[in-house]
Design a protein around this ligand. Sequence first.
Ligand code: SAM
Length: 358
Amino acid sequence: MQQAPFIFFCRPGFESDCAAEVQAIATAHNFAGYANAQPDTGYVRFHMFDESSAEQFFELLDLDDIIFARQWFWAKAELEQLPLDDRISPIQEVCAEVAMAKTLLVEHLDDDDGRELSKFCKKFSTPLTIAMEKQGLIHEDSDFRLHILFLATDHCIIGYSPIECSSPHKGGILRLKAPKNAPSRSTLKLDEAIQVLISRKQQKDAFRLGNTGVDLGAAPGGWTYQLVERGLQVSAIDNGPMDKKLMATEHVEHFKENAFTWLPEKPVNVLVCDMVEKPSLVADLMAQWLEGGHTQHAVFNLKLPMKKRFQEVADCIGLICDRLDDAGLAYFWQAKHLYHDREEVTVYFRLKARVAPN
Ligand SMILES: C[S@@+](CC[C@H](N)C(=O)[O-])C[C@H]1O[C@@H](n2cnc3c(N)ncnc32)[C@H](O)[C@@H]1O
């Protein structure tokens, strides 16, 4: 019998990468399953072959460990031809059998059809939540989040996830507004990366007022802007021109040099890098900075190839991990295909031991 699938949300066009990654996670834990991923739908269905494996898979899944997924849940029912005058009753009936939840999300996908459902989902969320609360299906003590994913106004998938291991944002999308003074829209990528990939405790440590940062491939300064906003004194490396307003803050020093050879005189707290370069070259450069103790925190983009994107990312991250292992360094890393990323993923590395002050 086919098991109820796990649902993984991703950027439309990256379904096969997300499927390859989930498959790799299942295989690494000796679980057998298969993915069903239709191109450009913005999600993947992953089926396990038996209920006991599915339960164990549910226990081990954590959104933080999945690069190409924005959100996930374990589906328990799929309702089609919902009565348009009362969608709530059949949904409630299913939810009563699923699990008590602490919270619920009414979601849609990020493809064209999904975006058209955004208004409907927003409007439907409040009456559904009130009805669920009235029926006692929402409970403070629960560790679960209920997901109602609408594929059409009369068609939804219902399931749940552990609150700590999925995204609190609908569809896993952290919506951010571009600051008025930011030199470029790509400023949002670093803003999202910092919020998603770096824990609050580590953000406090990395972005203490007066800490130092380096931005490799900085022009016109969208990423540098984020570092300056967070109190850093920044060295911006790029042959191109930096934004004048940003330079006027006097928190930025601009070096018109090659980012592949430039190094700071003293270790810095944070390194960021957004160069459009071969991912293996960027990975090698990041490994040099980290193993050389030139930075403690590094946030960088890996531009994706056309094919086998998951494999390329895994190889690049593996290259850095091998180098840090060989150097005997303890580290943490996380990577994500962020909402504001397109043909790239964003990676964060942190050395666990502090960089020795000079
Ligand atoms: C995508 S843009 C960076 C945008 C920037 N993060 C922002 O938010 O405004 C990439 C930059 O990398 C720079 N770049 C590429 N190769 C470089 C190198 N070897 N040395 C220095 N800068 C380089 C380019 O000049 C370009 O300005």
